[in-house]
Design a protein around this ligand. Structure first.
Ligand SMILES: [Zn+2]
Length: 144
């Protein structure tokens, strides 16, 4: 959950509120921040989802608040990890949580299939895609 900043210092992952168009607050967005130079950047694997969410709001959004963890499985998992760990969750914990979450979603998926609920199936499969994408990027990022 660490990354090196362009200034050479270590960036830490935090869940932050992103404000869009000075009207929309999006809570629990995973962002890397650098204490030394105050640079911050949105965690790469959630960028597409965040961009998609902002795109749906349009150019003239109403005043509103979102929880990003309701939209993105990875943010959801991080909220849980930060809750357990309070400070910086270690990558092994994230991996374990991701594994458990994937197992749970696969169980739910087969249940949704059994009862023939297509809308639910689509939702679960979207969540699974977000997570497996994340998991592979995460693994390649820590591979030697
Ligand atoms: Zn920096």
């Amino acid at each position: 959950m660490l990354k090196t900043c362009s200034c050479g210092e270590t960036m830490r992952m935090k869940l932050r509120t992103v404000i869009y168009s000075s009207k929309v607050e999006i809570d629990n967005v995973p962002v890397y921040t650098c204490k030394a130079c105050s640079r911050s950047e949105v965690y790469t694997v959630v960028k597409t989802d965040l961009t998609g969410l902002i795109g749906k709001l349009g150019a003239q959004p109403e005043k509103q608040t979102f929880r990003f963890d309701d939209w993105n499985e990875w943010a959801n998992l991080l909220v849980e990890a930060f809750d357990v760990h309070k400070k910086q969750p270690d990558p092994a914990l994230i991996d374990r949580l991701a594994g458990e979450r994937i197992d749970m979603l696969l169980d739910l998926y087969s249940l949704a299939e059994k009862i023939g609920d297509n809308e639910w199936k689509n939702d679960i499969s979207k969540r699974l895609t977000q997570l497996s994408h994340t998991a592979s990027i995460h693994r390649s990022a820590i591979a030697p």
